[in-house]
Design a protein around this ligand. Structure first.
Ligand SMILES: [Zn+2]
Length: 113
C-alpha cells in the first residue's frame, strides 16, 4: 500500500472511532511511526492535510513520533536498537535477529471534542 492509501484507511478508522464517541471534531492525533515502516513523516503530514479536508479531522494537530528499529537476537534473546542494515548483537555477535519494533504505524492518542 502506498502512503496515501495508508493515511486514508487510518483516517477512516479514526473518524469512525470519533463518531462512535459522539464527537464532532478531532482536535489532535498522535502517531507512532517505525523507522522501517517506509513512511515519511513529512509525507504523512501532507497526506493528512489533503485527506482530512471537510471531515471531522480537518484542522487537527498531527504529531508524529518516530520509533527506532529494535530487534531481538535469535541466539541469546538480547534486545538492541539497530542502525543501518547490519544488525549485530552486542551481547553475542550474532547476526540472526527478529524485529521487535520499528515497522509500525500506530495511533497512540486521539483528542476529540
Ligand atoms: Zn545475541
Amino acid at each position: 500500500m502506498d502512503s496515501l492509501s495508508i493515511t486514508r484507511e487510518m483516517l477512516k478508522q479514526l473518524i469512525q472511532e470519533a463518531e462512535s464517541k459522539g464527537a464532532t471534531r478531532i482536535k489532535r492525533i498522535v502517531l507512532e511511526v517505525g523507522e522501517m515502516s517506509g513512511l515519511d513523516s513529512g509525507e504523512l503530514h501532507r497526506n493528512f492535510d489533503l485527506l482530512s479536508r471537510e471531515t471531522l479531522a480537518e484542522g487537527a494537530t498531527l504529531s508524529i513520533t518516530e520509533i527506532p528499529l529494535n530487534v531481538r537476537c535469535l541466539s541469546c534473546s538480547a534486545e538492541y536498537t539497530a542502525s543501518g542494515y547490519l544488525m549485530r548483537c552486542a551481547a553475542c555477535g550474532s547476526l540472526a535477529s527478529e524485529l521487535v519494533s520499528g515497522n509500525e504505524l500506530r495511533v497512540k492518542e486521539m483528542e476529540v471534542s
